[in-house]
Design a protein around this ligand. Structure first.
Ligand code: BES
Ligand code: MN
Ligand code: ZN
Length: 508
């Protein structure tokens, strides 16, 4: 199918720069740290030499502590305004994630400002990269549906400059460019997650992605988009996607994006992302309280698609075959009933005991389809807001990795650490698999309640070849921040997993 042409309004991105001089009229961001347990603090301004005595005195006066996520704005100083952002305890080397978060907290506090220079203890280009990323990730607002009052429409920080004596280095430009791309596609994930189901259906998801695909360089960048509509899905046997989507007036879709790098004989990964544009639970209707968070149930699809576009725009030498099975899970007279049996793409049958366990059904179709690739795959990764059990096990800021391949899992965990995302390995205990047995079909879509995250992982494992290295990422909690904003993470869609996927590909 030919890609359709639609425009979307992506929030304008913060311009990133690097400089070894102060930018006129910019706000100046520096760090405060605690130097002992008695509340003493110091200023850290990286490569920028600063006389901080008087500033320090007023900060002490204000009760500044230098803890993480503390942001203090002071008019004047060597710039129009100073912003102090906490790094925690003083150290000779701050982790990249500490720098990323501190830059992000400051950028969030600077919504509505034109420009800020970030003088933080970066030490090297990786530190510069972290600060640039953090600033751009923190500079995010979602105003698509706000009224016309000015205060509600404040724009994100327009320009962020990293102050560094490495500004003249030839690699500096590439580092800044990369940070911009990472932030741009994280923002795409956040925008998609934050867009409510009234404005994001399976069909409009494909249209928004097709529009972004052009921004990533389109065909010239080696990208291709294919979309299956509900008729094609039905006639070609995608029983999972159809079964989940059939209760909705907004018909399901399957979106496929491929990225083929210019260089030949490269590794090839398949990505599959859960794309439930809204999960009511279907006939197993979820309680009203908190159901609104289920607009985030397409976070996996958004993350894999955005990562594919980012990988293309970065021109990385790995081929990607990205799949997003998209459906809206609604209760209606056409919805799948508990006890219905559906046939997943490829022929396995599933007894749908609980239509609220829908993610695994669309993913099963996606995983099987992905493995029919005419090209040999070196790995397959699915990403999903799959289970409430994930949130119970690991909380709202740590995602889970399940796998059939230890070294692939290790490589991913290492990449996620680098990217500054928290992932933790979980097992797939084989004894739990029996709970998915069905008396009437090849398997049932629910099993043991205990260890529900792993049971869901085991369900998916049935649809992946044992020989193919596979990762299952459950991002149910971390995909959507229902608490307070922190670091570079806003309220609402977080974009989680996008950066780890890109990092994994960079390191492959
Ligand atoms: N989308 C939900 C999982 C979810 C829960 C995501 C909380 C984000 C936050 C998923 O489709 C679901 O409903 N899972 C059920 C599975 C159960 C019926 C086996 C769950 O976790 O309750
Ligand atoms: Mn569900
Ligand atoms: Zn769901």
């Amino acid at each position: 199918m030919k890609p359709t042409n639609t425009s979307i309004t992506l929030a304008p991105m913060t311009t990133l720069k690097i400089s070894d001089g102060l930018v006129k009229d910019d706000v100046l961001v520096v760090a405060i740290v605690s130097t002992n347990t008695k509340g003493a603090i110091a200023i850290e301004s990286g490569d920028l030499a600063m006389d901080s005595k008087s500033l320090l005195a007023s900060l002490v006066e204000m009760g500044a502590t230098g803890t993480v996520d503390e942001v203090i704005k002071v008019p004047g100083g060597p710039a129009r305004m100073m912003v102090f952002t906490g790094l925690g305890a003083k150290s000779s080397t701050y982790s990249h994630e500490t720098l990323r978060r501190a830059a992000g907290s400051a950028a969030r506090a600077l919504t509505g400002n034109a420009g800020a220079t970030f003088a933080l203890p970066t030490h090297n280009l990786e530190g510069v990269s972290a600060v640039a990323e953090g600033a751009a990730l923190g500079a995010y607002v979602f105003n698509d549906f706000r009224g016309s009052t000015k205060s509600e429409q404040k724009a994100a920080l327009k320009s962020a400059t990293v102050y560094s004596k490495l500004a003249g280095k030839s690699e500096a430009k590439a580092v800044i460019k990369r940070a911009g791309i990472i932030a741009k596609y994280t923002h795409l994930v956040r925008d998609l997650v934050n867009t409510p189901p009234s404005h994001l259906t399976p069909d409009s998801f494909t249209k928004k992605l097709t529009a972004s695909f052009k921004g990533a360089g389109g065909l010239k960048a080696g990208l291709k988009v294919t979309i299956w509509d509900e008729k094609q899905l039905k006639s070609q046997g995608f029983g999972g996607i159809i079964g989940v989507g059939q209760g909705s007036a907004n018909p399901p879709r399957l979106l496929h994006i491929t990225y083929t790098p210019k260089v030949k004989d490269v590794k090839r990964y398949a990505f599959v992302g859960k794309g439930i544009t809204f999960d009511t639970g279907g006939l197993n209707l979820k309680p009203g309280l908190g159901m609104e968070a289920m607009k985030s149930d397409m976070s996996g699809a958004a993350a894999v698609c955005a990562a594919t576009l980012a990988i293309a725009e970065l021109g990385l030498p790995i081929a990607i075959e990205c799949w997003a099975p998209l459906a809206e899970n609604m209760p209606s007279d056409t919805a799948t009933r508990p006890s219905d049996i559906i046939t997943i793409f490829g022929g396995k049958t599933v007894e749908v005991l609980n239509p609220d366990a829908e993610g695994r059904l669309v993913l099963a179709d996606g995983l099987v389809k992905a493995q029919t690739s005419k090209n040999k795959l070196d790995g397959i990764i699915d990403v999903a807001t799959l289970t409430g059990a994930q949130v119970i096990a690991l909380g709202t800021r740590t995602s889970a990795v399940m796998s059939n391949n230890q070294s692939f899992s290790d490589a991913f965990i290492a990449a996620s650490k680098d990217a500054g995302e928290q992932f933790w390995p979980m097992p797939l205990p084989i004894e739990l698999r029996a709970s998915l047995d069905s008396p009437v079909a090849d398997l049932a879509n629910i099993g043991d309640k205990n260890g529900g995250m792993m049971v869901a992982g085991l369900f998916l494992k049935d649809f992946v070849s044992d020989e193919l290295p596979w990762l299952h990422l459950d991002i149910a909690g971390p995909a959507y921040n229902q608490g307070k904003a922190h670091g570079y993470t806003p309220v609402g869609g977080t974009g989680v997993s996008m950066r780890s996927l890109v990092r994994l590909v960079e390191q492959a």
